[in-house]
Ligand binder design. Structure first.
Ligand SMILES: Cc1ncc(COP(=O)(O)O)c(C=O)c1O
Length: 406
């Protein structure tokens, strides 16, 4: 379906994402990915030029690359206040989640392996269920309440003592809801299990407090924080043993064989440093923007449901269902007006399935289909709100007219 006669935002969005202060449309999909920050690009450019050696080689070129790689590893741990962790570079959050779940259940544990994961986890965690089951273990999900949060009483009914690994994300990528991970981690630890948390969306938005509650495994990725795609990490608390999924030359302390990309690691380290430095200031700015949009939407539109609670959430995500509207049609229409938003998370929005997150929260199918995620970031400012609201009004009105509900 194409939509004619709708205004374009000034000079055209053209697929540019983060362009603070420019008039290149409005990018509101920072939870899907972010543009590489210029300072990060500069670090990677210099690193590509100056470090062409293989960090496993023993000649000077190799040693120089190794030094750069280790400096990046140390820098990430320091920026995140994670002194009690080792860091394994991966290709991103998906690989880190896979390594956490499968790697934690494999090191020769006795008895039946049992994995519990939040029902609103990313598919990179939930998708490991069949692997766990093929290995003879069981994989079950933990229900959430209508805000998408795991309630403590749910955990007490789950026989944590018989569980090898519990995986609960710090912050959800579709709604921004934060989970009580510190409390869950302490209950899992008391019961003798391992606790993994996916912190992909949380980094640079909220303090992680890793050295205070010490989750056993933590997944990270660079491309949500203005770093490059194709690099991430699994933080492994010292003393936790993991089984490697990638076999070969024994790089990354034997946990992830394959020649490391030193420049991506350097870009990742710089992106983490900047994200943490800017965290407080950006969090407040983005929260104000998000709350202003939420307020305007509820004042101007009928039949809207906010799926993001405004407390205990990331500052930058707002998930809203527009009654009588297909979210995918609205997102397409907005894109034609140079406003980029998403429906379910970009990672699986092409699958044609509705959001498993909103379903787990108990939303009616029509509200799930009508959901849109706005995710704010460095390229956004309050000056974009009038334009955004006007595009939204046109889009929603058009779709409701077409559906005959207006
Ligand atoms: C919460 C969460 N975990 C994991 C991932 C996967 O990360 P990557 O794209 O780096 O593989 C994403 C990406 O959207 C995410 O939002």
């Amino acid at each position: 379906m194409t939509f004619r006669g709708l205004p374009r935002v000034r000079s055209g969005y053209n697929g540019r994402m983060d362009n603070p202060g420019s008039s290149n449309g409005i990018y509101l999909d920072h939870a899907a990915t972010t543009e590489v920050a210029p300072a990060v690009l500069a670090v990677m450019d210099a690193c590509y030029r100056e470090n062409s050696g293989n960090p496993s080689s023993s000649h000077r070129a190799g040693l120089k690359a190794r030094e750069e790689l280790e400096a990046s590893r140390e820098s990430i741990l320091e920026s995140l206040g994670a002194a009690s962790y080792d860091l394994v570079f991966t290709s991103g959050g998906t690989e880190a989640d896979n390594l956490a779940v499968a790697g934690a259940i494999l090191p020769g544990r006795t008895g039946i392996t049992r994995v519990l994961a939040g029902s609103i986890e990313h598919p990179a965690v939930l998708g490991s269920a069949d692997l766990v089951e093929r290995l003879g273990g069981s994989f079950s999900t933990i229900p959430v309440d209508c805000d998408g949060r795991i309630e403590e009483r749910e955990l007490s009914s789950l026989e944590l003592g018989k569980t090898t690994l519990v995986s609960v994300m710090m912050a959800n990528n579709e709604t921004g809801t934060l989970q009580p991970v510190e409390r869950i981690c302490s209950l899992v630890r008391e019961a003798g299990g391992l606790f993994h948390t996916d912190a992909v969306q949380a980094v640079g938005k909220i303090p992680l407090r890793l050295d205070s509650f010490k989750p056993d495994l933590v997944s990270l990725t660079a491309h949500k924080i203005y770093g490059p795609k194709g690099v991430g990490a699994l933080l492994v608390r010292r003393g936790v043993s993991l089984f490697p999924l990638t076999r070969g030359g024994g790089q990354e302390n034997g946990l992830r064989s394959g020649t490391e990309n030193v420049s991506l690691a350097a870009g990742f380290a710089h992106a983490v440093k900047l994200a943490v430095e800017l965290q407080d200031q950006e969090a407040q700015r983005l929260r104000e923007l998000r709350d202003a949009l939420a307020g305007e939407i509820s004042a101007r539109f009928s039949e809207v449901t906010r799926n993001t609670p405004l407390d205990d959430t990331l500052p930058n995500i707002l998930n809203i269902s527009f009654g009588g509207v297909e979210g995918s049609s609205l997102a397409k229409l907005l894109d034609e007006m140079d406003v980029a938003v998403s429906t379910a998370s970009a990672c699986h929005s092409g699958s044609g399935k509705g959001s498993h997150v909103l379903e787990a929260m108990g939303l009616e199918p029509a509200l799930i289909r009508g959901a849109i995620r706005f995710s704010f970031g460095r390229s956004n400012s309050s000056s974009q709100l009038p334009e955004l609201l006007s595009c939204l009004e046109k889009g929603v009105e058009r779709l409701r007219q077409l559906a005959g509900t207006k």
